[in-house]
Design a protein around this ligand. Sequence first.
Ligand code: CP
Length: 310
Amino acid sequence: MSQSSLSTKHLLGIKQITSDDIYAIFKTAKDFKEVINRPIKKVPSLRDITVVNLFFENSTRTRISFELAEKRLSADVLNFTASSSSVNKGETLLDTVNNILAMKVDMVVMRHPAPGAHHFLANHIDANIINAGDGTHEHPTQALLDTFSIQERIGDLKDSNIVIIGDILHSRVALSNILCLKKLGANVKVCGPPTLIPKHIEELGVGVEYNIDKALQWCDAANVLRIQLERQEVKFFPSLREYSIYFGINAQRLEKLQKDITILHPGPINRGVEITSEVADSLKHSIILNQVENGVAVRMAVLYLLSGKR
Ligand code: CP
């Protein structure tokens, strides 16, 4: 595989990359998707490169997907979980990372609750940094895999209509998806209760629709977000039951449309709240497990392309 390169040394957010970077990631991910579907799923592309996965927040999909991507590329992999580390003894983020890098680590994949933690690190260390989620700010590889999955399903995204539904206010997935989809020429709307739509979101070039049925009728694909109860210190809507009545995606809503639309969810799912099991598991609409499969290929592409910037 020829190694083109990205315009940046780090993947801090979608904001910092170009549409050419996104297309380069997608082209490389397509090649890696073919590799991971072969009987022998491993390539030597990152042999002699050591990657640490630093997770200061919970994760299932992103952590496992990065680890698998790194192993498929033959990297040496270290996993760090904050809850069992010396962070609990008061060590700072920078001291923790510098100690790990002193062991000759080349690339850092990090999830951290503080928005901007990756930008801070990028100003202090030499290794490549990949943002695996920073608080409510960005989750760039999730947006890349979501967008790659939509494109795989519906084709070129230019002038396509994509709606992001639900808890936009607390979602790093929403911001990264909006930035990524807009860079590829899609029309984007957000839909949810007014209390979960950030003020001034239109300044990002997106529309706002409060009526879920109108939003579904408008779109080619809908990315349904999780209600992030753990980030909600006050009540943003009266009850989960009411949320599900007004904004939940169910089979009756999809059957009323005069067309088939594609349904995504970044996971983890609150089944029966933002989406019913019938829709989440439907092969006709849902590409949720394709997203997970594509996540490994997309993360392989990001790691591989950034390793060329070392
Ligand atoms: N979509 C996502 O980021 O899932 P995890 O929190 O399980 O990594």
